[in-house]
Write a protein that binds this ligand. Structure first.
Ligand SMILES: Nc1ncnc2c1ncn2[C@@H]1O[C@H](COP(=O)(O)OP(=O)(O)OP(=O)(O)O)[C@@H](O)[C@H]1O
Ligand SMILES: [Mg+2]
Length: 237
């Protein structure tokens, strides 16, 4: 479904990604884990086409999208839940949900999809007239999640959804990500919370210093001492 081949991305003269290749199969849930500054946000923003790609190529369903506009990525069924949620804090929950981009055909299903989002996150219905800025971090994430779902995406990109949330909320959020994935949506989950991300993923990549340094099934990655120590705080054995 999604394939990145040898991506290079830079901020001005400062390179941030070197030769990054990864793929997400149709209906697959893939995680990218890595420490602060590894380039995870750069990668997901380049895939969403919010950052220019300097080298390499990006493919969606075997069509090259290396230079496709972000708006058209949404049109092709790719939606993002960005780092820090990026809500309009002075606008209501429902207004924020409606700011989601619309994939061709999604608008027709708007009322139905909105109902589905409120079904997944009942608290958003109760607070639909409330300003988004007055919600807790977990509730704000649900708004960003719901906004992405309104596009009826085929591929959902998450950039550190767990950041700043309590373990209980993180657990709920990951449950909903799993449920959306179970409906057939492909997911690319970027996380610093490696334990949760690897528990959910079918396949994962480890990123460090702007490069992919390891890839494989979560069990294979968890068997590597370096990954156990660096990402899970576990000693060998
Ligand atoms: N807007 C920017 N301008 C210049 N450099 C940037 C910019 N955004 C990120 N960088 C640099 O690019 C590198 C990768 O940053 P990025 O935000 O992609 O990492 P990350 O893995 O998402 O980190 P975090 O876990 O903190 O979110 C870092 O060295 C960072 O300083
Ligand atoms: Mg980041």
């Amino acid at each position: 479904m999604l394939e990145a081949r040898g991506l290079n991305v830079a901020y001005g003269d400062a390179p941030a990604l070197w030769d990054v290749s990864l793929s997400v199969g149709k209906g697959e849930l893939v995680s990218v884990v890595g420490p602060n500054g590894a380039g995870k946000t750069t990668l997901v923003n380049a895939i969403a086409r919010l950052l220019p790609i300097r080298g390499g190529s990006l493919w969606l369903d075997n069509t090259e999208v290396t230079r496709t506009h972000a708006r058209d990525m949404c049109g092709r069924g790719v939606a993002i839940v960005p780092e820090g949620r990026k809500l309009f804090t002075g606008m209501s929950v429902e207004e924020n949900l409606e700011m989601g981009c619309y994939r061709a055909g999604a608008r027709r299903f708007r009322a139905e999809t909105l109902e589905r989002v409120y079904g997944l996150f009942p608290m958003l219905r109760e607070r639909r007239m409330q300003a988004a800025g007055t919600l807790s971090g977990g509730q704000q994430l649900m708004v960003a999640f719901g906004r992405a779902l309104l596009a009826r995406p085929r591929l959902l990109l998450f950039d550190e959804p767990s950041l700043g949330l309590s373990p209980k909320i993180v657990e709920q959020v990951f449950e909903v990500i799993g449920a959306i994935h179970a409906e057939g949506v492909s997911v690319l989950l970027i996380e610093q919370n490696a334990a949760s991300a690897l528990a959910l993923a079918e396949r994962a990549y480890v990123m460090e210093g702007g490069r992919i340094v390891s890839a494989g099934k979560p069990a294979e990655l968890l068997a590597q001492p370096h990954i156990r120590e660096a990402y899970l705080g576990l000693e060998q054995g």
